[in-house]
Design a binder for this molecule. Structure first.
Ligand SMILES: Cc1ncc(COP(=O)(O)O)c(C=O)c1O
Length: 372
């Protein structure tokens, strides 16, 4: 075989494409030379930012950034253990949940193991599985919801892990407690269920499960949460996983030594404690959700009822045409083509002002297509 036929790259990379994040505001300004207002509702961030107490504490920490952080996140671990009624040994920290997804896959998935992934969902599950030599078994959503029945049917002798994004990104739908009970009650012992609860704090539905109950019962459940969403610290990157301590100690062997930086550890401690601020963020979110849902309804647009801080909506026009029109008008959302739904978009709920601007610009852009 000629040397050129041998790929220098790892197996599986040919199946992957780079992650496409929401378009940055600066990039849009550069590309289109826009001078006016730009509203970015594309990455499910908290539009009003972190607690001012967290910001004040982080500023003080800047004086210490010549020092490595505490790799074990002692104070944060203690605070979270108390908050969640778990032991400090149940926690592992990462540079965002993005950093923990490959960590969990690399800890448990051997080459040839199957990993069940509802589709569409968060792209990193598939990427990490392929990089680890695992086999992604994609189970399509049913009516935009994770199809727990089909997931159960997909479990076979090679199944090692199941990812469940709850609420699911991009649809905002949830898996109910009853469905999760049924799945967990019937899985063979060697199958791990990874619950990605990045949007946990936004879920209001009483049927939303308390996955920590399963963990406390020593179940094969690993739960991820993040400081990127309701806590408003996406730019500093901090996520955590909760798992049985014997699982955590195996994950610790391969985690980055200083994955959680010094500044965010300090900020997260304050952000956790400032419950009043989180309540305010939640109020802004709930009001915004209502405004966007009402606005979409009055434009005759179908959307999926959401339990997260974003809405997946069918804007009817192919995003190939509509997305550039919205960009020209200073609105950045996330085209649904990324998830195989070309006329859909995922819209992050913003501040009242941002939501109104989005709705006005959307109505204006849609007029162009009504005339065709
Ligand atoms: C479902 C889901 N999991 C994980 C992440 C990544 O979170 P983090 O910012 O903690 O890396 C996101 C980010 O959007 C997400 O939507």
């Amino acid at each position: 075989m000629c040397r050129d036929d041998i790929s220098i790259f790892r197996n599986g990379l040919a199946e992957l494409t780079p992650y496409i994040p929401g378009k940055p505001v600066e990039e849009l300004r550069r590309e289109l030379g826009l001078k006016g207002r730009i509203v970015r509702l594309a990455s499910n961030e908290n539009p009003i930012g972190p607690s001012p107490k967290a910001v004040a504490r982080m500023k003080k920490t800047l004086d210490e950034i010549n020092l490595y952080p505490d790799g074990g996140c002692y104070e944060l671990r203690e605070a979270l253990a108390a908050k969640h009624s778990l032991s400090p040994g149940h926690f592992i920290f990462g540079n965002g949940v993005d950093n923990l997804i490959p960590l969990v896959v690399n800890t448990f998935v051997n080459s040839g193991d199957e990993v069940i992934i509802p589709t569409p969902s968060f792209a990193a599950y598939r990427t990490s599985t392929i990089v680890a030599g695992g086999i992604p078994v994609e189970v399509p959503l049913k009516n935009f919801c994770i199809d727990m029945e089909s997931i159960y049917k997909a479990v076979g002798p090679k199944t090692k892990m199941i990812f469940i994004c709850n609420p699911n990104n991009p649809t905002g739908t949830i898996v109910y407690e009853e469905e999760l009970n049924r799945l967990l009650g019937s899985l063979p012992p060697g199958v791990l269920v990874v619950m990605d609860e990045a949007y946990y704090e936004y879920a209001e539905d009483v049927r939303y499960p308390d996955s920590l109950l399963y963990l406390r019962e020593n179940g094969n459940v690993i739960v991820f949460r993040t400081f990127s969403k309701i806590f408003g610290l996406a730019g500093l990157r901090l996520g955590y996983g909760m798992a049985r301590p014997d699982y955590v100690s195996q994950m610790e062997k391969i985690r980055e030594p200083f994955a959680a930086n010094r500044v965010v550890q300090a900020g997260a401690l304050e952000a956790l404690a400032d419950r009043e601020y989180i309540r305010q963020v939640k109020d802004v979110h709930m009001m915004g959700k209502q405004v966007i849902c009402d606005g979409l309804t009055s434009l005759g647009i179908f959307f999926i009822p959401t339990e997260a801080n974003f809405i997946f909506a069918d804007l009817v026009v192919d995003m190939k045409y509509l997305f550039p029109e919205l960009l020209k008008r200073g609105v950045i959302i996330r085209p649904g083509s990324f998830w195989g739904h070309p006329t859909f978009a995922r819209i992050t709920i913003g501040t009242p002002d941002e939501n109104n601007f989005f709705l006005e610009q959307l109505a204006d852009a849609l007029k162009l297509f009504k005339q065709l």
